[in-house]
Design a protein around this ligand. Structure first.
Ligand SMILES: C[C@](O)(CO)[C@H](O)COP(=O)(O)OP(=O)(O)OC[C@H]1O[C@@H](n2ccc(N)nc2=O)[C@H](O)[C@@H]1O
Ligand SMILES: Nc1ncnc2c1ncn2[C@@H]1O[C@H](COP(=O)(O)OP(=O)(O)OP(=O)(O)O)[C@@H](O)[C@H]1O
Length: 298
């Protein structure tokens, strides 16, 4: 018997970042939207301990040892329920690696849900969310999906209403960006400046609730974008190409380097994707819609 769980990627429609905290993390007002790019995690019982395998275009960049977030999730759940993590976790990876779309976090949440079902632990949702928060700031949202406001370091979630579909185009970059490096660059760029407390922007929440793409397009913000562009200046060319192709908004997704483009509808998304693909400013292009459900057994 095995269990397969499908988990979406995310885009941040608002990412407000506060000053560095004493523990090195940053307080956030992080408005997450789950989008229809998915990893699938299959958990199969194994007699000989924990093993991770991965397939997909970026599979060679995924660690298969105990640092993999899927492995860490299985170990955390097993430890809590006093059992051995005897499981084979297979990741079918479609979310870009080190792309700012919470790919590793998706695998952590997916492995947790898969092992929970396989082992029949009966853990409550609150317990699963607690383990997610220990694994990483983005992991709780990968479990929950839909749209949510993340506060604290992003792990404290309030679910948000979404009144309609939002159509996106994502341009994948030629290399990854390290999330800690982007936060460090944010700190460096902000040295000597007064960094305000991060707060959720009402126009973003209203646009989501109404399903109003045009309103969301003028409301999206990402405080990590200047840091990501500083470390990866060529991303400006991708953003410009998407804008010229008719995107209503163009921004870096989370810590980058994936760039995200908001489109009027599915047809426009497909047109923008075609122009971006031909522009030579990115490695690959994908379209997706949000909001979609979080980690779900298939
Ligand atoms: C950029 C975002 O993807 C936006 O959703 C997240 O804030 C990052 O979430 P994540 O990849 O799950 O991050 P974690 O694994 O928790 O932390 C990785 C590193 O990112 C930095 N980090 C992360 C979250 C946060 N609120 N402040 C931070 O400064 C820290 O250097 C931390 O060591
Ligand atoms: N299951 C996993 N899939 C991909 N990377 C993983 C995984 N587990 C650990 N990692 C490590 O995490 C690093 C960041 O990868 P990930 O794809 O999660 O980045 P990201 O999407 O930018 O994250 P986020 O958007 O949450 O900041 C990788 O370079 C890799 O070393």
């Amino acid at each position: 018997m095995s269990v397969t769980v499908r988990v979406p990627a995310k885009v941040n429609v608002q990412l407000a970042v506060g000053a560095a905290r004493p523990d090195g993390f940053h307080d956030l007002a992080n408005v997450f939207l789950a989008v229809s790019l998915y990893d699938e995690i299959t958990a199969t019982p194994a007699a000989d301990g924990l093993r991770v395998t991965c397939e997909g275009p970026d599979a060679d960049q995924v660690p298969l040892d105990r640092t993999n977030l899927a492995a860490r999730a299985a170990e955390a759940l097993a430890a809590r329920y006093g059992r051995e993590p005897d499981v084979h976790l297979h990741i079918a990876k479609d979310i870009p690696v080190a792309g700012g779309m919470a790919g590793g976090s998706a695998d952590g949440a997916g492995a947790l849900v898969a092992c929970d079902a396989l082992w029949g632990t009966g853990a409550s949702r609150a317990e699963l969310l607690e383990i997610c928060a220990e694994l990483g700031s983005d992991v709780p949202f990968s479990l929950v999906g839909g749209a949510a406001l993340g506060t604290g370091r992003g792990e404290k979630l309030t679910e948000l209403e979404v009144g309609g579909d939002f159509h996106w185009v994502f341009a994948l970059a030629s290399r990854g960006l390290s999330t800690p490096a982007v936060f460090r660059e944010f700190d460096r760029l902000g040295e000597g400046l007064d960094i305000p407390e991060p707060v959720a922007a009402q126009p973003v929440l209203d646009a989501l609730a109404k399903g109003d793409t045009a309103a969301l397009a003028v409301a999206v913000t990402n405080d990590l974008q200047p840091a990501a562009l500083s470390l990866f200046p060529e991303l400006s060319d991708t953003l410009a190409a998407g804008r010229a192709a008719g995107a209503l908004a163009a921004l870096v997704s989370g810590s980058g380097p994936t760039t995200a483009f908001l489109a009027t509808d599915a047809r426009s998304a497909s047109d923008i994707a075609g122009v971006l693909r031909a522009s030579g400013t990115c490695r690959d292009v994908r379209t997706a819609v949000g909001a979609v459900a979080g980690a779900s057994v298939v």
